[in-house]
Design a protein around this ligand. Structure first.
Ligand SMILES: [Zn+2]
Ligand SMILES: [Zn+2]
Length: 177
């Protein structure tokens, strides 16, 4: 899942990006705030996903008031940019942000409300189940504690062929810059 690294003191916090619209920058309580479509004009900057294809690698677009933010150090004079992996977004007074598309294969609680069928066992992956989202194609597999729940690591991904191996945490963060 694409995510945003948010500077917090000397640390970097990781914020996964759901397919939603987020306000960024100044004038919000948190560095990333989910907003509704009708609220976009109230904020100096927003990010929104491209076509809702369910694909983990879908593109994200940044829209901000012209000149209000910098992308990789340059003022965004046009006010719009398609975000690339590791792009830095800066505001005059707000935490630094880095966009990242890195998606490690990790087992975590499935956070989406809509159940989806697991391509291995065809049973539904439900909200709260321990699951792995295939980083390559974005489909969800069960990956619970019991042997019959290890749908992702059982074999290669049935959709894209990626090896069914867990990869631990993120390999990249802005802390290494
Ligand atoms: Zn399964
Ligand atoms: Zn896959």
């Amino acid at each position: 899942m694409p995510h945003m690294w948010v500077q917090h003191g000397f640390d970097w916090l990781n914020a996964p990006l759901d397919p939603a619209i987020y306000a960024l920058g100044t004038g919000i309580a948190t560095p990333l705030q989910k907003i509704g479509h009708a609220e976009i004009s109230q904020y100096i900057a927003v990010i929104a996903p491209g076509e809702a294809s369910g694909n983990a690698a879908s593109s994200w677009t940044l829209v901000c008031a012209p000149g209000a933010c910098r992308v990789n150090g340059s003022p965004l004079l046009t006010g719009i940019a398609v975000l690339n992996d590791r792009d830095e977004i800066q505001f005059a007074t707000a935490p630094r942000l880095f966009f990242s598309t890195e998606t490690p294969a990790v087992a975590a609680r499935y956070g989406r409300k809509d159940p989806v069928p697991c391509p291995r066992c065809t049973e539904l992956v439900l909200e709260g189940d321990i699951a792995v989202i295939c980083p390559t194609c974005g489909v969800a597999y069960h990956e619970g504690a019991s042997a019959e729940d290890k749908c992702f690591t059982y074999d290669a991904c049935v959709v894209c062929g990626r090896p069914g191996e867990l990869s631990g945490g993120y390999k990249w963060s802005p802390a290494e810059l």
